[in-house]
Design a protein around this ligand. Sequence first.
Ligand code: UDP
Length: 238
Amino acid sequence: NKPKPTYKRVLLKISGEALMGDQGYGLHPPTVERIAREVKAVRDLGVEICMVIGGGNIFRGLAGSAQGMERTTADYMGMLATVMNALAMQSALEGMGVFTRVISAIRMDEVAEPYIRRRAVRHLEKKRVIIFAAGTGNPYFTTDTAATLRANEMACEAIFKGTKVDGVYDKDPMKNTDAKRYSDITYDDVLVKNLKVMDASAIALARDNDLPIIVFSLDEPGGFRGILSGQGTYTIVH
Ligand code: UDP
């Protein structure tokens, strides 16, 4: 008696930093594997999953440009960082027997498929987990915007934003013991209150297309699957 998933097709967005474990930088393979297990548990419910992984554990364009690099070059480096993270996640998932495709917004045919929308949809229908790499392929964007863009293109029913905490709070719950979690909140409130859910352009793009964003904790074992089975704590932005 499998629990019934709430959605049939979702996009999971995680930051690059979610893959670095307790290290200050880079990839921590056991952590990548732990997250891959969470993804597999949801795939095993029959849910179609796309992923977008950030690159902040390796390189951020803004940080590079703050140190004097040309901004667009630094952004392309950030996009390349996301490709490394995508390949690490692919390796972990395939090691567990989950079929995957890495699809890159910047062509690099030896390592990843190019993005062709209809082909990507077909992968989902065949229950392959898609990992979208290289963000949108454009500088000045982020992987949050890439996640919202791809979720819309793939007709996902929701974006799942996996974080360290179990939802959106009125102030940083890591620093304030009296921080309150919203069970749901509107896109406009997130923007007006400047809550750190996703960047503003991603929130606006989700709002304009009625795409709910579910913020939940990736540190809770089985949490991702739990929410898709109608349980657990999270905040829904809608
Ligand atoms: N980036 C970009 N265009 C995109 C997506 C990402 O230029 O469409 C670059 C940008 O420099 C960004 C870096 O890639 O800083 C890493 O992505 P992001 O900061 O979103 O990663 P996260 O914070 O989620 O780990």
